[in-house]
Design a protein around this ligand. Structure first.
Ligand SMILES: Nc1nc2c(c(=O)[nH]1)N[C@@H](CN(C=O)c1ccc(C(=O)N[C@@H](CCC(=O)O)C(=O)O)cc1)CN2
Length: 282
């Protein structure tokens, strides 16, 4: 068996067409800002991709590129400025932040109505309560990708590997909503038998950041496998899913070209929805 490719690039392009029309239908401009601290090449490349995407759908993009040495107070002042800036519909703080900064305090300072990433505690709380709010971009993108390829989600056993704040923790909240109705197991470094947890999954979501962690012998034949664990090596990008998994899985969202482009599409979707919400409120 060779897995059907869950093509994030094609799906993102289709979503951009829809977003372009929604932006054009709004009465005023839509603006997305990014906050980038330091010189991490991966973060720099993701932020660049977000600005390129804005251009494609007609969203004005605004950059705040800041030095690695910035203090907590200085970064909080940038957050306050973006909260007050009428040109900014939504924004994101690129993660991870340098270790000397308190990332949770920064995320909490973002105006929840301008939270492009859906990572503000108020928005994560609304997700738990089933209320309308910005949704975490990568998990939302994964669910959208699975839906568009008709991967059965309702009743599926999903094994998530990795408990990070951008993917592992929030994706269970999305997949266990009544609209998705999956059963989710969250695995991490304390999991006793990872191979057994992965083997019984209909859908595997690998976001541990450990290259080649998920091998072919761990995957149930026909399962859907979504790779989210990007590691940058001299040879290029490497995911958590070993290449041979393609021969066993029924569907595969690879690195690159799977969940990554969907993250950007969902960030822009959150931004357009924030503009639509603000417009409906006036
Ligand atoms: N504030 C946030 N920080 C981070 C998030 C996030 O959702 N919000 N997620 C990741 C990085 N990320 C978005 O910021 C991201 C990761 C990957 C891609 C992507 O398009 N990947 C491409 C390859 C791109 C390349 O060649 O470098 C792919 O997989 O095809 C976009 C965004 C951590 N930080």
């Amino acid at each position: 068996m060779t897995a059907t490719l869950l093509n994030g690039n094609e799906t993102r392009n289709a979503l951009f067409e829809d977003l372009k029309a929604r932006v054009a239908a709004l009465p005023g401009p839509v603006g997305l800002a990014t906050v980038l601290v330091g010189d991490d090449p991966g973060s720099r490349s993701y932020v660049k991709g977000k600005h390129r995407a804005c251009e494609k759908v007609g969203i004005k993009s605004i950059r705040r590129d800041l030095p690695e040495s910035i203090t907590q107070a200085e970064l909080e002042a940038v957050i306050d400025e973006l909260n007050a800036n009428p040109e900014v519909t939504a924004y994101i703080v690129q993660l991870p932040l340098p270790k000397h900064l308190n990332a949770n305090a920064i995320l909490e300072r973002v105006d929840p109505a301008k939270d492009g990433d859906g990572l503000h505690p108020v928005n994560l709380g609304k997700l738990v309560l089933g209320e309308d709010a910005a949704l975490p971009a990568t998990p939302r993108g994964i669910v959208e990708l699975l839906r568009r390829y008709d991967v059965p989600i309702a009743g599926a056993n999903v094994t998530v590997v990795g408990r990070g704040v951008t993917v592992g923790r929030p994706i269970g909240l999305l997949l266990t909503r009544r609209s998705e109705n999956a059963t989710v197991t969250l695995c991490h470094t304390g999991t006793k038998d990872l191979a057994a947890e992965v083997r019984r999954a209909d859908i595997v979501i690998a976001g541990a950041g450990s290259p080649g962690l998920i091998t072919a012998d761990m995957v149930k034949p026909g399962a859907a496998v979504v790779d989210v664990g990007i590691t940058r090596t001299e040879a290029g990008l490497v995911g958590d899913v070993a290449p041979e998994v393609r021969e066993v899985a029924g569907w595969l969202a690879p690195i690159p070209g799977g969940s990554g482009p969907m993250t950007v599409a969902m960030l822009l979707t959150n931004t357009v929805e924030a503009a639509e919400r603000a417009n409906a409120a006036v």
